[in-house]
Design a protein around this ligand. Structure first.
Ligand code: GLA
Length: 359
């Protein structure tokens, strides 16, 4: 029996920038999907502690289940098959302490843990960012969401205590040390969303409509000071989507520098500006996310913003470790008073190492 683990991720900053080859700064977190498996055999047979029944797919990913999480398993196996992996299966049990639908990338963690175990089964290896790209293709194959590479990359190349500054166009990354006296608070609105049914693809289409104005450059290459000129003549909605992406790419670089300089005030301002841009220009926040960000600030968080795709899900806050429990409790209580129909959830996390075999 061998054990594999793939963490979820919290995006610190750089939201909706990955699918136009931009910059992101996520961290893998100490919550993960785990797979205990016997490697070998012609099929992939999986049970999950979180769901009833058994998923059975051929080791080459043929036989795709009609719905449910088995689609991700089949898609990963099919993509690995296309990449030249020998079709060797496994029989195993999945478990997860990652909440689903909170924007912490439970589906990417599932893809990555299955991919990691299947690679081990066939003694097949790919560089981590190639494996991330493969898992991203699997996500698209499984549910048709045109997401970027961030979630799978963070799950694969995260490092304890660090964020990952990733250029999704060039596919290079470096680790950025996070403040050692801080923890991450992930505070869930209790508003569930699935990327399949959210406006993710619609926003991405609106953004695409603005790209011809860049004359072949990617948004990360546009100077913020040049933005007004670039956007002249672009329709209002695509222009707002692109303004978010261009300014957000700049904020990622500024945030990486602020982490480097341990400039907590600057990090707070950058997170606030990112959230405002996602609210006003990219239009993916909801009142519950806006409220959580305000409440976290009032309770004394150093920085807070929505994390993930939006339309529900969670915020990420950086909080001084000694104050984090109090801040989490205060935010949760105030949120419950304001939204009595929702069930918020506070997770206290640390940045963790990326996926691999647990030895
Ligand atoms: C989802 C996608 C990511 C990224 C974020 C928004 O998590 O899976 O690729 O686009 O939304 O930043």
């Amino acid at each position: 029996m061998r054990t594999f683990r793939a963490p979820g991720r919290a995006n610190l900053i750089g939201e909706h920038t990955d699918h136009t080859d931009g910059l992101v700064l996520p961290a893998a977190i100490d919550r993960a999907v785990t797979l205990e498996a016997d490697l070998g055999g012609p099929a992939i047979v999986l049970r999950s502690a979180q769901a009833d029944g058994e998923v059975v797919v051929a080791a080459d990913g043929s036989q795709v289940p009609a719905d449910g999480w088995g689609r991700f398993v089949a898609a990963v196996a099919a993509e690995l098959d296309a990449a030249g992996r020998e079709p060797i299966g496994l029989r195993g049990q999945l478990a997860s302490d990652l909440p689903q639908g909170s924007g912490l990338s439970s589906s990417a963690a599932l893809e990555v843990v299955v991919a990691t175990a299947l690679c081990a089964a066939a003694e097949f290896e790919l560089p981590p960012l190639e494996l991330a790209a493969l898992c991203r293709r699997a996500e698209y194959r499984a549910v048709g969401v045109p997401s970027g590479i961030m979630d799978q990359a963070a799950s694969l190349v995260g490092r304890a205590g660090h964020g990952v500054l990733l250029d999704c166009g060039v596919l290079t990354y470096e680790h950025v040390l996070l403040p050692e006296d801080h923890v991450l608070l992930l505070i869930d609105t209790g508003v569930r969303r699935q990327l399949e049914t959210s406006g993710y693809a619609q926003r991405s289409d609106e953004l695409q409509a603005a790209l011809p104005a860049l004359g072949g450059r990617r948004p990360a290459e546009v100077d913020v000071g040049d933005l007004d000129r670039v956007l002249r003549g672009v329709d209002a909605i695509p222009a707002r989507r692109l303004r978010h992406v261009v300014t957000e790419n700049a904020r990622v670089l500024a945030a990486a520098a602020a982490f480097e300089a341990h400039d907590l005030a600057a990090i707070g301002e950058l997170f606030a500006a990112s959230h405002a841009s996602l609210r006003d220009d990219y239009e993916v926040t909801i009142p519950e996310l806006d409220a959580l960000v305000d409440l976290a600030g009032e309770a004394g968080a150093t920085a807070a913003r929505m994390t993930g795709a939006g339309f529900g899900g969670a915020i990420v806050a950086l909080a001084p470790a000694a104050e984090a429990d109090r801040i989490g409790d205060e935010v949760e209580e105030a949120y419950r008073r304001r939204f009595p129909d929702h069930t918020p959830m506070v997770l206290r996390c640390l940045a963790a190492d990326g996926a691999g075999e647990v030895t």
